[in-house]
Design a protein around this ligand. Sequence first.
Ligand SMILES: [Zn+2]
Length: 574
Amino acid sequence: MPYIAMQNETLDPLSHAVKELFGLSYLFPYQRLVIANILEAAQAAGIGISWPRQLPGELPDEQPGEEPGEGLPEALFDRESSGRQIVILPTGAGKSLCFQLPAMLMEGPSLVIYPILGLMADQERRLAERGFSPVLLRGGQSREERDAIWKKLRSGQSRFLIANPEVLLSPQVMGRLKEIKIIHIVIDEAHCVSEWGETFRPSYLEIGKIIEAAAAPLVTAFTATAGAAVLQKIEKHIFGGRGAQKIVGNPDRKNIRYAAQGCILRNLAVRDLVFANARPAIVFCSSRPGTEKLARYLRNEMFERALPWHRESIPRETVPMEIRFYHAGLSREEKKETEDWFLRSKNAVLTTTCAYGLGIDKSDIRTVIHRDCPPSVEAYLQESGRAGRDGLPSRAIFLWGPEDERSMSRARTDADKKRISRLLAYARDIGSCRREALLDLLDYDGEKDSPGSSCCDVCDKEARSGLREEQSLGDFFRRNRRCYTAGEASGVLARAENIRWQEEDAEEAIDYLIKTGKLKKLKNPLWRNKISIGPYPQGQRTIKKLTANHTNQHELLQRNPPVFLWKHLKRPVF
Ligand SMILES: [Zn+2]
């Protein structure tokens, strides 16, 4: 089971606490396990734990049927390394909760170590938004500022100290660490200890000294990389070779069906997908203006154009009625308002950048569409993992196509380029199961069984190679060989009621296919600039030859519509 659903009547203390303090109604099994281990070790070390009101102070693993170690090898639970954990989780798989929740329950401050200032600031913001008043240690703080920080921690006013190793290693801070009685040290991105990784931070090699100076009984290291060599380094430099429990979070989400499709016109593809798939839906875009433009486009398509096809052929309740955008450039109030609106809505479409998700938890998102290519497999899994947190069937759809060249050109380093091209290769491949391909890309080698039906478009034999416009426009020009110039064809296509795209869309798609040789512009004086079919791949279905009646082209099109949107709308193909 990819999640642990919580029924109100059977709330164990952990579920109750996560609901009370974070408003969440689910915990992934690995989150439950990591938290239970921390609390158990805390209890063994004599640290006070205060559960939210009206609950007995019992640990969650005392609940029948809720053994935290369920499904994991017994060997993982050696009491020897109690209090020391290495948690292997892809970035963004919900690890913050693993230390935030214990920090709220245990009596004493937690220290969270990050490699870079950006991550520190992000965590600070997220904790502050939840009302947890964290304190942040950074270079350049005055003596007064530092004194205020120590005071807040000692008095229990703040339970979170956020810092990077460089600041912690300064003699002035090292001298203070013991006296503030830190009970839990959390190291994020622990793989930064690895010299051969791209994320290497020399200061991470000295984290062991910090742990020793603080003498905290609990230490949890999070890493996204599970290679044996990296784990060894973490054990050596962070845990001083004393061993630690290892917990592998299974990133596989069996209730999500993965699919990918190539297209030239992405906004149009998104429009068809939000019709054909269940909502609430999120569409991830790579830029802030992109989210606004797409939301405008979708709104225009749904309402302003008052499309006859959605009144006639699509039941009204399937029309997405609410479309908004979200990105980090919005004001705090705008963000809050959009978040609240989206949380409540059952039929909404939200276009967003990767800014969505920081501190927002909506468990019933049914469809996640990636209009643009995210920067890495980890980012893709994190964002697509926003779907179906309630455990019900959900879909993740990835769009690829000519626009990916732009994502590639935005990549700054060769490593970034490599990450993107791995993801694009995943999208274009229709030969292997997408779930397996994604887990392989993450180097995950744990349990990997397919959920059977609704695993992915490949397993369901619905994956299609090539761009979706390619075949439909190919069909159109095969039927209407030498009848139209690009401009004329665009006009005809835009007028066809069952296609419903705009003239400039049609033109863009035709132009692209001419550029790539799939269609060709004739040079013969008799047919100058009329479009014919290029050397089309063999084996595609042959279209019955039709006699084009030049005076009645429009009628011809009505009788024999291109398979394009018409097909998509009648039968969801994703
Ligand atoms: Zn599959």
